[in-house]
Design a protein around this ligand. Sequence first.
Ligand SMILES: [Zn+2]
Length: 206
Amino acid sequence: MTELERKVAEFLSDRAETHAVDFSFENAGGGFRIHAAGLARVADAIRQQRIRVCSGSLPHGAGGQYHQTANRVGLDSERFPRDRNGKAIVLHEAVHALMDLSNVVAATRLSDEAAAYLTQVIYLYYKGRRNFSASTLLQAAYDVAVQSGIIDPPTQIIQRGVRISWHWYAPLRQAIQNHDLYNQIGWLALTGANGVPLVSQHPCTL
Ligand SMILES: [Zn+2]
């Protein structure tokens, strides 16, 4: 395990960092939940080297990526991020890893992305960020967080355990599909999650 992997696993299993994140998306395939226990399972899989964390060059405009078939998280630096924005990107990719690890085959790719952006926003809000207007995707995720009752701006309380219906997070899926990074993704295209093997994966080469 590399130093980067050790630090990512430590972060993902630190409930003080992740406990604010707890929501469910409902859909025809049964939906799924994103919360600290799931992120801790990703940390365990990284420690077992079933999921690897690699650094290297990423597609233009992307802060990170997750390779579903190679079971690898890609980050842009071999140094673990110190700032909340960088850590939020680690969480974003960990959500994709969790979807793969949990074999969530009935969810759509846009739901998978929506869960990752919503997780980023909940974490950033928890860490004190209040303005998301610099990013159309984070702003769309913030709007869903407020409208669904996860974030209550007047009291600044983060509600855990909220279940969000397919209809309620449609604007976030639409904002994602409208973005250059994702506009080739079909509205109902499925995740393609194929699980994570029990055996260790090869070392990183992005
Ligand atoms: Zn993503």
